[in-house]
Design a protein. Structure first.
Length: 198
């Protein structure tokens, strides 16, 4: 093998190796640690639903304080035509499951191109957080069910326009103490006193 061919083969080998080692990373952070399972709920580089480090695959927010959750997307595609977003739907998830068709895209989560999209903060206690307002409006229909948020990456084949959808990470959550009062979500407390439950 001549030197030029050997260098070309080596370069192609490095390119293939670099592509195969590429992996998107999703971190989901519970800022106030209201689940008690650590501020970092999931760190997922394999796609799908990976909650091995948690006590329960459904993260329950039982307290009166509403959470602030950060979704971080790292090492996603830097191709200008590729994009990613978060979708929410009612129900649990199995590994690598794509969201059901028609699941709402969370407001503010759509990001084109950048390998590290901006962090998406869902602050349930902030009146002007569009993502949390959208999710709360969804919860009004069934506040105590399990919901899943999936992080989806879409790779666009610029030659034929084919779209490849991959679920890079997902988190399941539940608000057992929420109830709807006069069309608004409210936390529900069971307080035990000397006089009994109230």
């Amino acid at each position: 093998m001549n030197l030029k061919k050997m260098l070309l083969t080596t370069a192609l080998g490095l390119t293939a190796s670099a592509l195969s080692s590429y992996a998107a990373q999703v971190n989901v952070i519970d800022v106030f640690n209201l689940t008690g399972q650590g501020p970092l709920l999931i760190t997922n580089s394999g796609g799908g639903n990976q909650h091995q480090q948690s006590k329960d695959p459904v993260f329950a927010f039982n307290a009166g304080n509403l959470p602030r959750i950060i979704f971080q997307r790292l090492q996603f595609s830097s191709q200008p035509s590729d994009y990613s977003y978060l979708q929410i739907y009612k129900g649990t998830v199995t590994k690598n499951q794509n969201p059901p068709a028609g699941s709402p895209i969370i407001t503010g989560s759509l990001a084109y191109g950048p390998a590290d999209p901006p962090d998406l903060v869902i602050d349930f206690g902030a009146p002007n957080n569009a993502a949390s307002q959208q999710i709360q409006s969804i919860l009004l229909a069934d506040p105590n069910s399990v919901y899943t948020v999936a992080v989806v990456q879409v790779n666009v084949n610029t030659q034929n326009g084919h779209l490849n959808y991959t679920t890079r990470g997902s988190v399941q959550f539940q608000f057992p103490n929420l109830k709807v009062i006069n069309g608004q979500l409210s936390t529900n407390f069971d307080i035990t006193t000397q006089l009994g439950n109230g």
